[in-house]
Write a protein of this length. Structure first.
Length: 391
């Protein structure tokens, strides 16, 4: 018998190199932040733990690449169900001993070695679920009709609504918006007729316009209504974003972030030379720390790395000749693109503060492991993309 050789896996060394540079940037920034990190912890514990998360994530990437991503279809709904369990635990606050709170809001599950945030992991889970729904639907419906497109949107909505609902009422609006970005990205390339999409887009824009108009003309009534719900903080957040100098309590973090970024000027103040105290300097507001120390040029350098990450993901999505793989990468592009835009935007008052971390740069176990898992899936898709001579 002739020897059967296993097909050689294609490794995207460019993407791996970009990931390594982002990881090094994060660890280096955390080291420079040690003089201003929370004193109740060992400051050097932050970069060391971040390195540990990256190491675990790297192992996870290798393990994910061992399995053909096409087999993920078989376990997608099982993983979806497992992922919903901690969201329900947080919702019902049971058992209380396992619930971790962030700023008096229940968002995580306590484990012996780390605290996990289910909303972070669900970003990857929902990507796999929506990609599976769309690819399976398109295989069964080669001829597109308005009825089939509406049915596809109904299936996507039925899968995405439960986790979004449980996450937004934590309340965690930032993660909910990320999930919406993931879902919307896949829907845009799903083949649904544009007249159907435009109808829903116009309906959404009209609804948002109505909400903001009501808020503008009846601020007290809307404010009193929000105070009775889990979204009582939205009004103060909104005014703290628009008028930070007038609403000092809710606009404090934004004011400090703007001062830190502005004080860095072109070249920055130098390593660990930070004079502006910014809350959450090592997590959500790490971009302001980079801009203060390394100036406009250093901040642009980080944005360039993140841009290269998105560009590489676009290349892989377009190169993949499997619809399922392309949809997965497209959803992850929506994840990273939205989080980058939102995090940088909220640091410079372009967008309201929502607590969304900067991918691969901000400190955090759940977020880092989520990004590494996502990269493992992308590398898996790239490694199994076939190239044909007369393609």
């Amino acid at each position: 018998m002739s020897d059967l050789k296993q097909p050689k896996l294609n490794i995207d060394y460019i993407l791996i190199f970009i990931i390594i540079l982002l990881c090094l940037t994060s660890i280096f920034t955390l080291i420079t932040l040690t003089p201003v990190l929370p004193s109740k912890y060992d400051p050097f514990n932050f970069p060391l733990r971040q390195l540990m998360y990256y190491t675990i994530g790297a192992i996870g990437i290798v393990l994910v690449m061992l399995v053909d991503y096409d087999r993920f279809k078989k376990i997608t709904w099982i993983v979806y169900g497992i992922g919903m369990i901690p969201l329900f635990m947080i919702f019902f606050n049971f058992p209380g001993a396992l619930i971790e709170t962030y700023n008096e809001v229940a968002r995580g599950i306590k484990l012996p070695f780390m605290n996990i945030q289910p909303a972070e992991y669900f970003k990857v889970i929902l990507t796999l679920v929506v990609a599976h729904i769309v690819s399976e639907h398109n295989e069964k419906n080669e001829i597109r009709t308005v009825k089939s497109d509406l049915f596809l949107l109904l299936k996507i909505g039925a899968a995405a609504a439960p986790p979004m609902g449980l996450i937004v009422i934590q309340p965690d609006l930032g993660s909910t918006l990320v999930l919406m970005a993931i879902t919307g990205s896949i829907v845009l390339v799903s083949g649904i007729q544009w007249r159907v999409l435009f109808t829903f887009i116009l309906a959404g824009v009209a609804s948002l316009t109505g909400v903001f108009a009501a808020w503008f003309f009846f601020p007290n009534t809307i404010g009193e209504f929000l105070q009775k719900t889990v979204f009582g903080h939205l009004q103060s957040r909104f005014f703290g974003w628009i008028y930070p100098e007038e609403f000092l309590e809710s606009g404090y973090q934004l004011i400090r972030s703007m001062r830190a970024i502005g004080s860095g000027q072109l070249y920055g103040k130098g390593i660990s030379n930070m004079q502006v105290e910014v809350p959450e300097h090592h997590t959500d507001m790490i971009y302001s720390a980079i801009a203060e120390q390394f100036g406009f040029l250093g901040a642009c350098g980080v944005l360039m790395l993140l841009f290269l990450l998105i560009y590489r993901l676009l290349h892989i999505a377009l190169k993949s000749n499997d619809q399922y793989g392309s949809y997965i990468v497209t959803g992850l592009i929506g994840l990273f693109a939205f989080q980058i835009f939102q995090n940088v935007g909220m640091s410079i008052q372009l967008l309201p503060i929502t607590g969304v971390p900067l991918p691969f740069i901000s400190y955090g176990g759940s977020s880092v492991l989520t990004y590494m898992l996502a990269m493992g899936i992308v590398l898996n898709i790239y490694s199994r993309t076939k190239t044909y001579m007369f393609e």
